[in-house]
Design a protein around this ligand. Structure first.
Ligand SMILES: Cc1ncc(COP(=O)(O)O)c(C=O)c1O
Length: 455
C-alpha cells in the first residue's frame, strides 16, 4: 500500500464525523404562533443552512482537504478531456474507465458523431421551441416510428431527458386518488413523477411477484387508476426485472404497467432489444415502455412508447416532456437514430458486451469479492460496506489508473456501499482481468486498515 493511500485512510478516519450522513429532515406542522423565533438569514443566505446544501458544502470541503493532504485525486467531478470511452484522458493521464453507461461503445462511434454533425448543419444546435408550435422535423418522427415498432406499440415520443420522461409521463397520467405501485428499487425519476402527480406511491419488495400481489390485494380497491412501475435492468444492483411475471400479476388487478428500459435497451435480449426480447413478451403486455437515448444508444434524451392516442395526448399536453419545454436538440435525435442503426446492424456488439461481462464477473468471483444480489449483468456492483471504505477504494483505484465510482447512501442503503463497474463491448480482456486483480488487492487493503474496516 502506498504512503499516500495510508495517509488517505488516516485522513478519512480523522474526518469521519464530517462524512457521516446528515440527520434526516423532519417536518413538523405547528401553529404559526408557536414557530420559534429565528434570526434573519439575510440576502443571498436563504439556503446556506438548507440541510442538503450545508451537508454537501461540508462534505466537499472535507474531500478537497483530504485530496490536497494525501495527494490522491478526488474521483468526484473528475475533469475529463476525452470521450467517455473505455480509456479516458482525465487528471492528466489515461485511465481504464468503468464509469460510463456507454455499453456498446457508440457515443463516440464515427457514424454516430457524423449523424449528429449532419443534423447540426441541417437544423442548427437547438429545437428553439416546443414541437407543437414550431413545426416538425422528420428526424423526430422517424426515430419515434422505429421505437414504437421496437416495442410493438402504436406510437412513441422522444424527449430531452430520460429523467423528465418518467417524471413528466407519470405526472401527466396520475393524479390524486390514483396510485403508483413501484418496485422498491425504482429510479428516483419515477418517485419525482409520483410527487409531481400528487398520487400515492406504494412500494413492493424488489422483483417479488408475491409481494406485488399482496400489496395489490390490500390496496387496489382504494384507488381509481393504478400504475405498476418496473425496470428492465436495475442500475444500482445489476438485477434483471421479472417484468413478465410482475406484469401478469398487475393485469390480474386491473392495473396499467410501465417499464423503464434505461439500462435494458441495447443490453438485454439476444439482439439487445431489451427486456421485451429477453422474455419474448408481446409489446402490449406492458402499457408504457419508457427508455433513454443516453445510455446504450450513445446520445442524450428519453422516449416513451405506448398506445397512439396516449402518445398523441402526451405530445400535445404533457408538461416537461412536450408542452412548455423545447424539443430535443436535432443532433441528439440523429445520434440516437445512428446508435439504433448500429445496434441493429452489429449484434456482435451485444455478444461482446456479454462475453466481457462474463470475463469480469468470473474474475471477481474467483477473487471472492462480494457482488451483492447482482445477476452477472454488465452492471457490476462490488459491495464495500462503509462510505469511507468505498471512497478509499475508488480513490486508490484512480491512483492506480482505473476509474469506477463509489456509491453510498442515500442512493443505496447504508452498509451496502459499493463500487459500481459498467462493462462495455469495447473493454479488452486484459483491462478486465487486470482491473479485477487490482480491485481484489485494494479491497483487501481497505479491509486491513482497522479503523476503516470498523466503519
Ligand atoms: C433507471 C433509470 N431511469 C431513468 C434515468 C434517467 O435517464 P437520463 O440519464 O437519460 O435522464 C436513469 C439514469 O441513469 C436510470 O438509471
Amino acid at each position: 500500500m502506498s504512503e499516500s493511500a495510508r495517509e488517505l485512510a488516516r485522513k478519512l478516519l480523522a474526518d469521519k464525523r464530517v462524512h457521516s450522513a446528515p440527520a434526516a429532515r423532519t417536518v413538523t406542522a405547528r401553529p404559526a404562533a408557536a414557530a420559534p423565533a429565528r434570526a434573519p438569514r439575510g440576502p443571498g443566505r436563504q439556503f446556506a443552512d438548507h440541510p442538503e446544501v450545508a451537508a454537501t458544502v461540508q462534505k466537499q470541503a472535507a474531500i478537497k482537504a483530504i485530496s490536497a493532504q494525501s495527494g490522491l485525486t478526488n474521483p468526484l467531478f473528475l475533469p475529463r478531456e476525452s470521450p467517455n470511452d473505455t480509456v479516458i484522458r482525465a487528471a492528466d493521464r489515461e485511465l481504464v474507465n468503468f464509469s460510463a453507461y456507454n455499453y456498446l461503445g457508440l457515443s463516440s462511434h464515427p457514424r454516430v458523431v457524423a449523424a449528429a454533425k449532419d443534423a447540426l448543419d441541417r437544423y442548427g444546435a437547438s429545437a428553439s421551441a416546443s414541437r407543437i408550435v414550431s413545426g416538425e422535423i422528420p428526424l423526430y418522427g422517424d426515430l419515434e416510428r422505429r421505437l414504437a415498432d421496437l416495442y410493438d406499440q402504436g406510437d412513441a415520443m422522444v424527449t430531452t431527458s430520460g429523467y423528465l420522461t418518467n417524471a413528466g409521463v407519470i405526472g401527466f397520467l396520475l393524479r390524486e386518488g390514483d396510485v403508483a405501485v413501484c418496485d422498491s428499487l425504482i429510479h428516483g425519476s419515477v418517485v419525482s413523477g409520483t410527487q409531481w402527480a400528487g398520487c400515492r406511491r406504494i412500494n413492493f419488495r424488489h422483483n417479488d411477484p408475491d409481494s406485488l400481489r399482496s400489496v395489490l390485494k390490500m390496496s387496489r380497491g382504494g384507488f381509481d387508476r393504478a400504475l405498476v412501475v418496473l425496470e428492465g435492468h436495475y442500475s444500482m444492483d445489476g438485477t434483471i426485472g421479472r417484468v413478465a411475471e410482475l406484469a401478469a400479476v398487475a393485469r390480474e388487478f386491473d392495473c396499467a404497467v410501465m417499464v423503464d428500459e434505461a439500462h435494458s435497451l441495447g443490453v438485454l435480449g439476444p439482439r439487445g432489444l431489451g427486456i421485451r426480447e429477453h422474455y419474448a413478451m408481446a409489446g402490449t403486455d406492458v402499457d408504457i415502455w419508457m427508455g433513454t437515448l443516453s445510455k446504450a444508444l450513445g446520445s442524450c434524451g428519453g422516449f416513451v412508447a405506448a398506445d397512439a392516442d396516449l402518445i398523441g395526448a402526451m405530445k400535445a399536453s404533457a408538461p416537461g416532456v412536450a408542452m412548455l419545454t423545447g424539443g430535443p436538440a436535432p443532433s441528439t435525435i440523429a445520434a440516437a437514430a445512428a446508435g439504433l442503426d448500429l445496434l441493429e446492424a452489429e449484434p456482435e456488439r451485444v455478444r461482446r458486451l456479454w462475453s466481457n461481462t462474463r470475463t469480469f464477473n468470473d474474475a471477481l468471483r474467483a477473487h471472492g469479492l462480494n457482488l451483492g444480489d447482482s445477476q452477472g449483468t454488465p452492471i457490476v456492483p462490488v459491495i464495500v460496506p462503509g462510505e469511507l471504505r468505498a471512497g478509499f477504494v475508488s480513490a486508490t483505484l484512480l491512483e492506480r489508473g482505473v476509474y469506477a465510482g463509489a456509491i453510498s447512501a442515500p442512493a443505496v442503503p447504508a452498509g451496502k456501499e459499493r463500487l459500481r463497474f459498467f462493462i462495455t463491448s469495447e473493454h479488452t480482456g486484459e483491462q478486465l482481468r487486470s482491473t479485477a486483480d487490482l480491485l481484489a488487492e485494494v479491497v483487501e487493503l481497505a479491509d486491513r486498515i482497522p479503523e476503516l474496516s470498523a466503519v
